[in-house]
Design a protein around this ligand. Structure first.
Ligand code: CU
Length: 128
C-alpha cells in the first residue's frame, strides 16, 4: 500500500518537475510580453455594453503592452468579439489579457444576438 502510494506520488513529482522544466524552457524563449501575461497586465480597459451600444466609440491601447480587456453587461445581454485579436468576452468570461502587436484599428462587435439594435453595436479598439 505505502509503497504503491509512494510510487504514485513519485511519478507525480517527476511529472510536475518535467512540466516545470517545460514551462521554464518555454518562458526563456518567449518574449517578456508573454511572461507578463501570466502575472497580469498593468493596463486595463473596460468595455461596457447596454441596449444597444458600447459605452465608448473608441477604446485605446498601446502596441506591445499587455492589457487586460474587461467586459461588463450594464443592460441587456451582450458580448464582445474582436475577431482580429482573437478576443471573445461575455458575462461568463469577462476578461482577457492580450498584447496587441500591430498598430491599427480593430472592430469591436457584439457577440450575442441581442435584438433589433444588435448590428449597430460596433466600436473600435485602437492600437497606437
Ligand atoms: Cu448586443
Amino acid at each position: 500500500m505505502g509503497f504503491r502510494l509512494f510510487r504514485r506520488n513519485g511519478f507525480l513529482l517527476v511529472l510536475a518537475g518535467f512540466l516545470l522544466l517545460l514551462l521554464s524552457a518555454c518562458g526563456s524563449k518567449a518574449s517578456p510580453n508573454a511572461a507578463t501575461q501570466q502575472t497580469g497586465a498593468s493596463e486595463e480597459i473596460v468595455i461596457k455594453a447596454s441596449n444597444f451600444a458600447f459605452d465608448q466609440q473608441e477604446y485605446r491601447v498601446k502596441q506591445g503592452v499587455p492589457v487586460k480587456i474587461s467586459f461588463e453587461n450594464v443592460e441587456g445581454t451582450h458580448g464582445v468579439i474582436i475577431q482580429d485579436l482573437n478576443i471573445q468576452l461575455d458575462s461568463r468570461n469577462t476578461s482577457q489579457v492580450v498584447t496587441p502587436e500591430q498598430k491599427g484599428e480593430y472592430e469591436i462587435n457584439c457577440s450575442v444576438f441581442c435584438g433589433s439594435g444588435h448590428h449597430s453595436m460596433t466600436a473600435k479598439l485602437i492600437v497606437e
